[in-house]
Design a protein around this ligand. Sequence first.
Ligand SMILES: CC(C)(COP(=O)(O)OP(=O)(O)OC[C@H]1O[C@@H](n2cnc3c(N)ncnc32)[C@H](O)[C@@H]1OP(=O)(O)O)[C@@H](O)C(=O)NCCC(=O)NCCS
Length: 167
Amino acid sequence: MQKSVVARVGDYQVRQCEREDIPGVIQINEDTLPEHYSDFFYYEILTEFPEPFLVAELEGKVVGYVMGRIEYGFSHLRRLGLSRKGHIVSVAVKEEHRGKGVGTQLLKASQAAMAAKGATECYLEVRVSNNEAILLYQKLGYKTSGRLEGYYKDGEAALVMAVPLAQ
Ligand SMILES: CC(C)(COP(=O)(O)OP(=O)(O)OC[C@H]1O[C@@H](n2cnc3c(N)ncnc32)[C@H](O)[C@@H]1OP(=O)(O)O)[C@@H](O)C(=O)NCCC(=O)NCCS
C-alpha cells in the first residue's frame, strides 16, 4: 500500500504514522526518553489525531516520530480568550540518525498538520536540561512561555515553549 509521505530530508521520508508503526515508535520512545506511556495511549492518539502523528522512515525502518494532539484552552502566547492549540506530546529521533534535519522536518510537518486542523499555535514541554531539544525548538521560533517546577517524575522542571502557527 502507498504510504502518505508529507516531507523528505535526504533519504528520509516523513509520513503519516500507521497502526503497524506503533511498536517501532514505542521502542524509540523507550530507548531515547525517560517519559513512557501505555501502549493504549499511542493507539488512542493515533485514532483521535492521526494527522500530526508522523514517523520518519529510512529504508523501510522507522527512525523517528512525532506525536501531537489538538486541544482547546488558554493561549500560551498571551492571546486573549481560548485558542485551538497544537500540543507536541513527544518527539524523538534514534541517536544514530540525529543532526540530519529529521527532527526539524518531523516538527514542521506536524505543525503544518495542526494548522490545517485550525490550530493557531503549538506548544510543548521540555526538560530544562535538554539543551539539544531547546535549541531545535528555538530555531523553529518557539519562545519560553512558562516553567513548571517538578513537572517530571524525577522532580526536574519543564519549560513550556510555544510558537504561532501560520494559517
Ligand atoms: C531533539 C531531537 C528530536 C532532535 O532531532 P534531530 O533529528 O537531531 O534534529 P535536527 O537534526 O533537525 O536538528 C535541528 C537543530 O537542533 C539542534 N541540535 C540537534 N542536535 C544537537 C546537538 N547534539 N547539539 C546541539 N544542538 C543540537 C541544533 O540547533 C540543530 O540545528 P543545526 O543542525 O542547524 O545545528 C533528538 O535530539 C532526540 O531525539 N533527542 C532525544 C529525545 C528528546 O529529547 N526529545 C525531545 C523531548 S521534549
